[in-house]
Design a protein. Sequence first.
Length: 260
Amino acid sequence: MSGHGHASPDDMRPNSNQTQDMLKTAGETKIRKPRKTRDGDNGSEEIYEQIYVALLEHRLVPGTKLAEERLASIFGATRARVRDALSRLAYEQIVELYPKKGWFVAKPSVDQARDVFEARRLIEPAVMHRLTRDITPEKLAQLREHLRLEMDARARDDKRAIIRLSGEFHNLAAALAGNSSYTRSLRELSTLTCLVILLYNAPISVSCRADEHTAITDAIAQGDADKAAQLMLDHLDHIQGSLNLDVVDNEVDLEAIFKR
């Protein structure tokens, strides 16, 4: 393991623009990348982050309607700010806009769910190889600290934190690997995976186990890139294998979800 000639851990952390901008895919020509406000107000950024975290924590379910007027009232923001946040989420394929119907949390099909895992199987082993090659004590300490937070959340039975931290482990690994394209892609894929897990009823305790993250981190620490990559593939197989095809369609209370 060698860290010489590489940027410091702080340099490896992506800035907010790097981690949040998504690659535009074919067929999304009607979704524009959100504009920045003239006065630099980050109101739409806050709305975006709160919706994003609500998705990670499974407080928002696939198919939920995100009414602009209701969200504007909830966040104390203009509809333009809400629309900017929703446009950004649509650009990332996490939210969908239907003409004359409005905005909805994406509801991935079975085929789309398989596509997500296929993409992750291509990207995450590469992340493991790059991260293992460039691992430093500082980066390893960040992975260990994240594992500690996961274990703490499980000890407290904090389901929201468990779900969020489980997904963020993969995003952190990509960020520490130092490839901004991996980071951008995995942020999108991790969020879509959260929707797939919720949509197809994968149990939280089964879908993303902390002991598997620990084994992956141990392999990275040992400098065994092949083992880390294989463990990651096994981990993804485990997550996909926990899915079923029972779609739950529940009504949700937006005010309760975002109540402060």
